[in-house]
Design a protein around this ligand. Sequence first.
Ligand SMILES: CC(C)(COP(=O)(O)OP(=O)(O)OC[C@H]1O[C@@H](n2cnc3c(N)ncnc32)[C@H](O)[C@@H]1OP(=O)(O)O)[C@@H](O)C(=O)NCCC(=O)NCCS
Length: 285
Amino acid sequence: MPAPVIKLLETPEEMTLVEDLQRAVWRGSETDVVPAHIFITAIHNGGLVIGAFLEGELIGFVFGFPGLDFTPDGPRPKHCSHMMGVKPGRRDAGIGFALKRAQWQMVRKQGIDHITWTYDPLLSRNARLNIAKLGAVCNTYRRSEYGDMRDSLNAGLPSDRFQVDWWVNTRRVERRLSKRARAPLKLDAFSKANLQPLYTPLAWTEDLICPPEHFSPLEGRLLLVEIPSDFDAVKEADLALARDWRFFTREFFETAFAAGYIVTDFVYDEGKSFYVLSNGESTLE
Ligand SMILES: CC(C)(COP(=O)(O)OP(=O)(O)OC[C@H]1O[C@@H](n2cnc3c(N)ncnc32)[C@H](O)[C@@H]1OP(=O)(O)O)[C@@H](O)C(=O)NCCC(=O)NCCS
């Protein structure tokens, strides 16, 4: 695939293209399509709508707007990244990464050093992009963040989300976005360091795994925890199993974050998916 053209979107006509693209990405709920007039108001007030075009067709977008962090020292500006979507059939070709890279550059130019967004922690592809490739970190778990969602990707499950922190001026993030980004992490790096997964999911069918009943007490500086590699397939095959994964990982991540662990990496290797959590380590290096 040739490289897409990445550019800032500014006109009402471009915003209607983004409306159409949302219908292709999150099928089934017209109510959930962000309308052109909201994009226009947002971009006239510091918001950014960035598009990826291939041969003149819009195939991806990312949308965010300025927001506030409420810190003990008072409110502090941040960029709240609300939506990103790539057309089905165009995924896994680096479009999402290219859009976030452009957002990173533009937000830095606005003098803002922090971007946050939410995603479903059970989506392995999103985790690989957000945590492993972009260098975002997470210690905030939000239960049922958007209530009962109606679109085809989210209907039927509590809308629990990770809220990730992307500290855009840190060496960690600059290194991940540099031209010589690190190679994907492999599982054998962990086995060589004697780090074992905290729990082993049980085989459910040939293709599906189910969560264990319990996880061991959390100890040590690093934890490795497995999630399904294709949660959309789990949802489609067995919604009750998908709910089990939701409630198991909800309990696990809430316990881990309360104990001081932070999600700092993600491994997708040999068709398996693992979060890496760290305790007692700076996440801003
Ligand atoms: C999330 C989304 C925007 C990512 O866009 P994208 O263009 O596919 O992203 P990229 O290609 O830059 O990165 C995806 C990475 O995940 C990898 N990947 C693919 N399947 C995977 C899986 N099952 N598990 C882990 N990683 C996977 C890809 O190979 C790629 O990594 P690589 O570049 O090292 O090969 C896109 O998948 C999408 O539109 N999803 C539906 C809507 C959504 O979830 N939006 C985000 C929340 S608002």
